[in-house]
Design a protein around this ligand. Sequence first.
Ligand SMILES: Nc1ncnc2c1ncn2[C@@H]1O[C@H](COP(=O)(O)OP(=O)(O)OP(=O)(O)O)[C@@H](O)[C@H]1O
Ligand SMILES: [Mg+2]
Length: 406
Amino acid sequence: MPGEEPIIALENVYKIFGPNPRGRAFDLCSSGVEKDEVQRQTGHVVGMRDISFSVNRGEIFVVMGLSGSGKSTAIRTVNKLHEATHGRVIVEGIDVQQLGGSALQAFRREKLSMVFQHFALFPHRNVIDNTAYGLKVQGIEKDERHEAAIEALAMVGLEAYAFNSTRELSGGMQQRVGLARALCTNPDILLMDEAFSALDPLIRRQMQDELMAIQSKLHKTILFITHDLNEALRLGNRVCILRDGKVIQIGTPEEILTEPADGYVAEFVQDVDQGRVIDVGKIMHPAVLLDTSLTLAECLDTLGKRRGGFVCDTDGRPTGMLTKTDAATALASGTTELASVLRTDFDSTTAAARFNDNYAAAGRGIPIAVVDDAGCLVGELEPQEIMEEMGRVEQLVDGFEREVFL
Ligand SMILES: Nc1ncnc2c1ncn2[C@@H]1O[C@H](COP(=O)(O)OP(=O)(O)OP(=O)(O)O)[C@@H](O)[C@H]1O
Ligand SMILES: [Mg+2]
């Protein structure tokens, strides 16, 4: 799990585009005048206003917003492709705005890699040379950089194509090369600006899966930009929503869904709300049953990778739930007895209930009991799976539409 150590921090960052960004446009903007009005009065465009957020080590932090909301501007201040008009950008303790010349070049080469929406591959170089490009710039010998490139290509499943021309690859494959190129220099930080937005939905989903698989191995710190809330909720440990250059909300996917900060976010969330087409029965799985005779340590073993398990009465009705977190906390403080740690405040649903009826309960972060008409336990839902399912729902809906039109 990502820690709480901030690797990237934006502190009250403003970016104003125009000939005199620190003049009247900034004064108006910082005193709260809206973007359109600033533009009307001064001809300057507000890219970002008073943006603060931090990205922790090992986290996928997603910045989401509509076109023009300032996402690219924000990511570009992190490697100083844009100079901030005001505020500070700190990356691993370095004040990025102070960097220039060779220090800035070295910082960009060594600390971070960027993946763009449109591949940005060199058409006249083959796959391996595209992948190894960052190492070549660093002056690494050919054998060594090819070895690293093959390793990076293997991570994205393309080692067999190392010596092909990039022109022979599909869009999805080209984007994989883009990702391999970013990984090849082994940077701590990946900056990904709409990296999957140009891909068709199926390939896009595969790329999301691959990124998550790679992340669970490499634990990079990833700042990911998207205009798609489904993608944001699927990938993000936390999501930051921008509008007109301003931060509207920062939160976990659960928080965004269950406590949208305002109507704007709520509207986005509504779009995601295609969960009405899915029954709980399709995504639930068998619950872990715990016996009251077990010790807490034995229960923890029984839970394995699951977040929680249930104790039922003789009729099979759930009477208590043990979460893994509760068990671990209790064990650490010397408790060994199951009964004292059982919760009774868990949520219940039925197999026929709709998936989106459970968003709020999922927001509590603990498993949900699925019961039949008689109240007997028939399965459970884990909050994380509800979030993951959201991405799949998007595919399903796409699938339905295709079937109808073909
Ligand atoms: N170089 C520039 N010069 C002038 N205005 C700019 C420049 N770059 C961005 N802007 C303006 O700043 C605002 C934010 O743009 P930005 O590119 O960050 O949006 P975005 O959220 O990345 O949008 P998209 O989803 O279309 O990529 C927009 O109003 C845009 O017109
Ligand atoms: Mg953009």
